[in-house]
Design a protein around this ligand. Structure first.
Ligand code: PEP
Ligand code: MN
Length: 260
């Protein structure tokens, strides 16, 4: 039955959620050294989850597509060397079969939220999944996509609001649907995090929208950060520096004190 698994009182996820889940890192990367520099900055701040895409879903086939398998080796090397948890997008059934058990959280990107065969494959793993909301998906479509994963037996699902398409505004990339946070909390048992980077597409908005998301009850954030944002190979306009990340982390501590 639809939504059967979404009802309250069913334990969905096993993380300790007393602290907000902070996942940060570059959109993508071009070398081991580049990713290592960023990973070290995360470590300094006790951030345990490194995000970085290596199989990139670019709108244009002429844009940088990521280091792909070579990048996965780099990610797994950094996981081993620094003891960080790796969060990365997998875009095909083949990739899920190959890497699904090796990464710590599989990211399903907005463009693949409707890729039901991929969702089923992810459902066959026990690896936690971040399911991003589709580019203009309704809540129902989003929850049913999660249901595809659940139905195969994987209940480690975290929803991620990442902004939805709006009125074709050129000023911001998307609109952050902050209402998704209380909606998910009130109506489902899923955890929900917010990606403020893809929501606005503008780095100067990321600290404020991060704070708003945490204040609104989000369980965490997925943020694009780089030691040198201008050198980002992808999404540099929305990538923040570590000084800005520190402001967000400071706010997170205050929210933790308030909530716990
Ligand atoms: C990303 O997180 O780098 C990404 C591609 O996000 P989305 O799928 O939300 O566009
Ligand atoms: Mn990106």
């Amino acid at each position: 039955m639809l939504f059967e698994n979404l009802k309250k009182n069913k334990k969905i996820y096993e993380f300790d959620w007393k602290d907000k889940l902070i996942i940060a890192g570059p959109c993508t990367f071009g070398s081991y050294e580049e990713l290592l520099d960023i990973a070290k900055e995360l470590k300094k701040r006790n951030i345990n989850f490194l995000r970085a895409g290596t199989f990139k879903m670019r709108t244009s086939p002429y844009s940088y597509q990521g280091l792909r398998d070579e990048g996965m080796e780099i990610l797994l090397r950094i996981k081993k060397e620094l003891g960080l948890h790796i969060v990365t997008e997998l875009t095909s059934i083949e990739q899920v079969k190959k890497y699904g058990k090796l990464v710590d959280i599989i990211q399903i990107g907005a463009r693949n939220m409707f890729n039901y065969e991929l969702l089923k494959e992810v459902g066959k793993t026990n690896t936690p999944v971040i399911l991003k909301r589709g580019l203009c998906a309704t809540y129902e479509e989003w929850f049913l996509a999660a249901e595809y994963i659940l139905k195969e037996g994987n209940n480690n699902i975290i929803l991620c609001e990442r902004g939805i398409r709006n009125n074709n505004s050129n000023e911001t990339r998307n609109v952050l649907d902050i209402q998704a946070v209380p909606y998910v909390k009130h109506n489902t048992n899923f955890r929900i995090i917010v990606d403020p980077s893809h929501a606005s597409g503008l780095s100067y908005m990321v600290p404020d929208t991060s704070k708003a998301s945490l204040a609104c009850g989000a369980d965490g954030l997925l943020i694009e950060v780089h030691t040198e944002p201008d050198k980002s190979l992808c999404d540099k306009n929305q990538t923040i520096n570590f000084a800005d990340l520190d402001k967000i982390l400071d706010f997170k501590e205050r929210i933790n004190e308030y909530e716990n």
